[in-house]
Design a protein around this ligand. Structure first.
Ligand code: TYD
Length: 212
């Protein structure tokens, strides 16, 4: 347990078009069925609070300086932790977030080239706890697939937001940073081969034993 809090924190990550959104609600329902006495809180980043959702609208639409973008991502995250994540984990709840800090390292760091050292500072500032630990997910599902397959999937769905308009090279860099982080912290990450069909992926997620 990363945080020493009684709850359990799960994040879902992957490049746009990897298919994480197809599974996240079903996975929340699976945990509710499996642990009927535990509350499950579903949330997302950027967002998760009224202020965070306002910041999300700006972040996904308005062009801005890269450092401004990273700071706003972490500002939204600070609010999200204070208002939603930490109280829920303190109360023993299960929190499932559609993206968390790995996305900042992957998109602002890997994709757009912000120094990882600056992101480390922001992470320590925003997620540092009084006992010296960092508030991090206990488990992170990384939906992994080549950027070209994700691009083909995205083009079938809807109008792209600011990030989804980026080119293949950007998404390959985002993917590589996600994979680097997964390799550096294998006990937290569960790698999902997202090239498979949704049915096969769902079978994989269902069979996973989680020690809450
Ligand atoms: P996403 O989670 O894919 O939501 P939707 O399925 O509604 O498109 O969109 C959020 C976007 O924000 C995604 O492109 C990744 C980006 N993002 C960052 O660049 N940095 C971050 O720290 C976070 C949390 C998200």
């Amino acid at each position: 347990m990363t945080t020493h809090l009684p709850g359990y924190f799960i994040s879902f990550e992957g490049i746009d078009g990897a298919g994480k959104s197809t599974h996240i609600d079903a996975f929340g329902q699976l945990l509710k069925d499996r642990y009927p006495d535990r509350d499950v809180v579903m949330t997302r980043e950027p967002g998760g609070t009224p202020l965070g959702e306002q910041l999300r609208a700006l972040l996904l639409d308005a062009p801005m300086n890269l450092e401004t973008e990273a700071l706003l991502m972490f500002a939204a995250r600070r609010e999200h932790i204070a208002q939603v994540i930490e109280p829920a984990l303190s109360a023993g709840k299960i929190v499932i977030s559609d993206r968390f800090t790995d996305a900042s390292f992957a998109y602002q760091g890997g994709g757009r080239g912000l120094s990882l050292e600056k992101l480390d500072h922001l992470e320590r500032w925003v997620q540092g706890r009084s006992d010296g630990s960092l508030l991090k997910p206990d488990l992170t599902f990384l939906f992994d697939l080549p950027g070209s397959i994700a691009e083909a999937r995205r083009s079938k769905v809807r109008a792209p937001d600011k990030f989804e308009q980026m080119d293949l090279n950007f998404f390959e860099k985002v993917r590589q940073e996600y994979l680097r982080r997964a390799k550096a912290d294998p006990s937290r990450f569960y790698l999902v081969d997202a090239t498979r069909t949704p049915e096969v992926i769902w079978g994989d997620l269902q069979s996973l034993e989680i020690q809450l």
